[in-house]
Structures are given as structure tokens and as C-alpha cells.
Design a protein around this ligand. Structure first.
Ligand code: 13P
Length: 294
């Protein structure tokens, strides 16, 4: 057994492989949530709710979050420990989010991640295709996500139509790479939306129907229930959430600190955001329809 296989986190080995989990969601018209983690508490809260709700889950780990937590091995060790000690039975995909380099993807694979996103959207199209294929060649049985076009960023809160993904580009990219999930840029933004979100669900539907590729919606936070459901109807199979969890946790902590200025035990301070965060997670699982699908 290779080093990476030994440490592999999910290893369903049970009834479904990773790709089947995605295809099941696509066929049955629900989406699997990706909740990004920042620390031990976040991972624990997310796993506890997803286990209660019997929802499969992607735990998103950005490069910044990985560095904050100490490194890829810390993340893998921590999640493995939580899964064992909390008796987690649902499928948990530990996922590298928005990797800007091939090297980072390789390190996550070596550490035992289950799922990798290479984000070559800052490169020109041909280079994005080339580097996406370079990552793919290194993967073993990890799921693989790539991005084309440019998803709006936190800086502006508005998605620029200039960078939207077209059907022909999606078809071309899929024909030249061997990916499992595509993140097209169709109007969503990371962070807070400024103004009304304008998601191109018509193009989403076309891409989904013509390519049959599971599609990923980034920037799930701030999108209302009706838009999230419309996206799922039109082919979205995974939806990523980060900001909304941070905001709900922060609101809980602010309340606690306002009323408990003399409490300095970090466990009490950090966990004062737990209930808020958990109810946000629960709400998204209900909207996405992933409850009971594990
Ligand atoms: P939000 O922070 O807007 O929810 O976006 C999360 C995301 O897309 C991570 O890849």
C-alpha cells in the first residue's frame, strides 16, 4: 500500500466510490455541500451536523487555511482523528480548494486528501488546460475539480460578465482534460454579494445537459434559497460555503463577548459561535437536499 493510500481519509471502500457519490447527487437532483474549514472547531461542528443529518460533505481547505492549521498533514491527521473519535460514518471528502499551483496539489495528494481543485483561472486558457492535465497525471483515486472563466472575488463582490464561461469553452475544456467536476464562472462571487446576484442558470443548464459533467457552484454564501435550488435544478452538484459560516459564528461570538467580558477561557469564547454556525450548516443541508443521502 502506498503512503498516500494508507493515509487516505475517506476510502469509502463501502458501497460507493467517490465519483459515484457525485453522479448520484447529479442524477437525484440534490447538491453535496462543501463547507470550508478554518480550524479544529469548524471541522468538528461541520462533521457533527453532517453526521446528525446524514449528509455527505466536502471539507474545503484553502491554501491559507492549510497554512493556518499548520500544514496538510495536520489537516489529514485532525480529520482522521475526528472521524474516529466522533464515530463519523458519512462520506467525508477532504478537499483542496482553489489550488493555484501544481505543486500544492501534489502535496495535498501525498498527505492523503480525497479531492483536489486546481484553479488555473488566472492563466491563459491553454496553460490552464496544460496544468490541469499535469495535476491529473499525478492523482490516484482523488476527485478532481477545475475552474474555467473567472469566479468573482471578494474584492469587488460583483462577477464580471467578461470572464463568464461559455458552453463551447466548457465543452472544449472537458474534452481536453479528465476532470470529475467543473466550476464554471456563471455569476457567483466569493464573499458578500454587492447588489442582486445574477447567476446564468440558462448557460448552466446547457453546459450540464450537453456535457453531463457535475458542476460546482462557488460563492454559495449570500445566495437565497430559490437561487440555490434553481442552480441545483440546472446541474449544480456541489455548492461551496465559507463566508456565511464565518458570519454566523462571528455573530454568536460577538454576543457572547458583549455579555461576558471577563470570560477568557478560549474554549468558551470559540464555542460561543457553535450553535449559530451549526444552524447555518443545517439550513444549507436542507436547502441542498443532501439530508439523508449519506
Ligand atoms: P463563499 O465564501 O462566498 O461562501 O464561497 C466559498 C467558496 O466558494 C469556496 O471555494
Amino acid at each position: 500500500m502506498t503512503k498516500s493510500a494508507q493515509k487516505h481519509i475517506l476510502k469509502l471502500g463501502d458501497s460507493m466510490n467517490l465519483k459515484e457519490i457525485l453522479l448520484k447527487a447529479k442524477n437525484e437532483h440534490y447538491a453535496i455541500p462543501q463547507f470550508n474549514i478554518n480550524n479544529l472547531e469548524w471541522a468538528k461542528y461541520i462533521l457533527e451536523v453532517c453526521e446528525e443529518e446524514k449528509s455527505p460533505v466536502f471539507l474545503g481547505v484553502s491554501q491559507g487555511a492549510m497554512k493556518y492549521m499548520g500544514g496538510f498533514d495536520v489537516v489529514v491527521g485532525m480529520i482522521n482523528g475526528l472521524k474516529k473519535d466522533l464515530n463519523i460514518t458519512i462520506p467525508v471528502m477532504v478537499h483542496l480548494d482553489h489550488s493555484p499551483t501544481v505543486e500544492l496539489c501534489k502535496s495535498a495528494v501525498d498527505a492523503g486528501f480525497d479531492s483536489i481543485m486546481f484553479d488555473g483561472s488566472k492563466y491563459d486558457y491553454e496553460k490552464n488546460v496544460r496544468l490541469t492535465n499535469e495535476v491529473k497525471a499525478y492523482l490516484k483515486d482523488q476527485l478532481f475539480e477545475a475552474e474555467i472563466g473567472k469566479i468573482g472575488g471578494e474584492e469587488d463582490g460583483i462577477a464580471s460578465t467578461e470572464y463568464f464561461t461559455s458552453l463551447s469553452e466548457a465543452e472544449d475544456f472537458i474534452s481536453k482534460t479528465n476532470i470529475d467536476m467543473l466550476a464554471p464562472a456563471l455569476g457567483s462571487v466569493h464573499g458578500i454579494y454587492k447588489g442582486e446576484p445574477n447567476i446564468q442558470t440558462d448557460v448552466m443548464k446547457e453546459i450540464s445537459e450537453k456535457t453531463n459533467m457535475p458542476l460546482v457552484l462557488h460563492g454559495g454564501s449570500g445566495l437565497p434559497e430559490n437561487i440555490l435550488k434553481e442552480c441545483i435544478k440546472n446541474g449544480i452538484t456541489k455548492i461551496n460555503f465559507n463566508t456565511e459560516l464565518q458570519i454566523s459564528w462571528h455573530n454568536g461570538v460577538l454576543d457572547f463577548i458583549a455579555n461576558n467580558k471577563d470570560v477568557y477561557d478560549p474554549r468558551k469564547v470559540i464555542s460561543s459561535g457553535e450553535e449559530n454556525m451549526k444552524s447555518t450548516i443545517r439550513e444549507y443541508i436542507n436547502i441542498l437536499g443532501s439530508k439523508g443521502k449519506a
